[in-house]
Design a protein around this ligand. Structure first.
Ligand SMILES: Nc1nc(=O)c2c([nH]1)NC[C@@H]1CN(c3ccc(C(=O)N[C@@H](CCC(=O)O)C(=O)O)cc3)CN21
Ligand SMILES: CC(C)C(=O)C(=O)O
Ligand SMILES: [Mg+2]
Length: 275
C-alpha cells in the first residue's frame, strides 16, 4: 500500500450519487483553520467569492481576483483531505467567452488542486458549462440570487417570487442540467421554485435561502459562527458564537501583557533552571 492512500477525497461523481440517498452538507472556507476543522463534518467545501465581503470587508463580491481565489483554494486543499473542494470563479473571469472561462478555470484548478468550479449565470452560461465539462472541468451552476449581478440588480434581492421569474429560473436550471452541470446551487429564491427544480433534475441541488427539500445545504461559515459583520442574510442561522470565545481570548491576552503576567519564563528561551 502506498503512503498516500489513507483517506480518499470525496469525488464529484460521489457528490452526484448522493442525490436521493443522503443530504449533501456544504460550507464555505477560504483559509486553513476552518478547512481543517470542517473537513470531517462536511461533504463539500466551497471556496466562495464571498471572501471578498467576509474576508476582505468589500461591499460586494466583484473585486476579488483569479489570483486571490487561487491562493485561498490552495490553502483549503492543503488543509483538508476528505471533502470535495470547489472554487467560485470570480466576476469577470468567465462571462466573456467559453474560452476565457476554460482558461481561468484550468488555471485555478492547476494551481490549487481543487476539483471543480462554480459560476453564476442563466441560460447564456450553458454553452460555457458544456465547454468546460467536455474538457474535464466539472461545473456547478449558481442560479437564483447571483451576487455578481449586484450592480444590475441594485443589491441582493430574493429571486423567483413572481411566476414569470420562477419559470425563467426553472428554465435556466433545465438548460444547465442539459449542458452537463454536476450540480445546481440555488441561492435566495422562492421555496416552491427550489423544490420544483430539485424534484425535476437528476443532479444535486444545493440550497442557500432556497428550500429544505434541496439535496444539500450551504451557508457561509463565518455567518453560522457569528464571525461576520453586521449584515447577515436572513437565511443564515447561528450555530455557534465563536466571536464571544475569540474576543474573550483577545481580552485575556491584552490584560496579561499589560499586567506583566504574560509571558513567564516558561515561554522564554535559554533560561537557566536556577534563574
Ligand atoms: N456573509 C455573507 N453571507 C452570505 O450568505 C453571502 C455573502 N456574505 N456575500 C455574498 C453573498 C451575498 N449574499 C446575500 C447577502 C445579503 C442578502 C440579503 O440581505 N437579503 C435580504 C433580502 C433581500 C430582498 O429580497 O430584498 C434578507 O433579508 O436576507 C442576501 C444574500 C449571500 N452571500
Ligand atoms: C454563498 C455561497 C453559495 C457563495 O457563492 C459564496 O460563498 O461565495
Ligand atoms: Mg459566491
Amino acid at each position: 500500500m502506498s503512503a498516500h492512500t489513507t483517506i480518499q477525497r470525496t469525488t464529484i461523481p460521489q457528490i452526484k450519487a448522493m442525490k436521493g440517498q443522503q443530504k449533501i452538507v456544504c460550507l464555505t472556507a477560504y483559509t486553513a483553520p476552518f478547512a481543517r476543522m470542517m473537513d470531517e463534518f462536511v461533504d463539500l467545501i466551497l471556496v466562495g467569492d464571498s471572501t471578498a465581503m467576509v474576508g476582505y470587508n468589500m461591499e460586494n463580491t466583484l473585486a476579488i481576483t483569479v489570483e486571490q481565489m487561487t491562493a485561498h483554494a490552495l490553502a483549503v486543499t492543503r488543509s483538508s483531505e476528505k471533502a470535495c473542494v470547489i472554487v467560485d470563479m470570480p466576476f469577470g473571469s468567465y462571462q466573456e467567452s467559453k474560452e476565457q472561462a476554460f482558461r481561468n478555470a484550468a488555471y485555478i484548478l492547476k494551481h490549487s488542486n481543487a476539483q471543480g468550479v462554480k459560476m453564476e449565470g442563466g441560460e447564456f452560461l450553458a454553452e460555457t458549462v458544456q465547454f468546460l465539462t467536455e474538457r474535464g472541468i466539472p461545473v456547478m451552476a449558481h442560479i437564483g440570487l447571483m451576487p455578481q449581478y449586484f450592480n444590475t440588480m441594485g443589491g441582493f434581492k430574493a429571486q423567483g417570487l413572481s411566476p414569470e421569474m420562477a419559470d425563467r429560473i426553472y428554465h435556466d436550471a433545465m438548460v444547465h442540467t442539459q449542458a452537463g452541470a454536476f450540480g445546481l446551487l440555488i441561492e435566495g429564491s422562492a421555496e416552491p421554485l427550489a423544490r420544483r427544480i430539485t424534484e425535476n433534475v437528476p443532479i444535486p441541488t444545493i440550497g442557500i435561502g432556497a428550500s429544505p427539500d434541496c439535496d444539500g445545504q450551504i451557508l457561509v461559515t463565518e455567518d453560522i459562527l457569528n464571525l461576520s459583520g453586521p449584515r447577515i442574510p436572513k437565511f443564515a442561522k447561528q450555530f455557534a458564537d465563536a466571536q464571544a470565545s475569540i474576543r474573550a481570548g483577545f481580552k485575556q491576552y491584552a490584560e496579561e501583557v499589560r499586567a506583566g503576567t504574560f509571558p513567564t519564563l516558561a515561554h522564554c528561551f535559554g533560561v537557566k533552571k536556577d534563574d
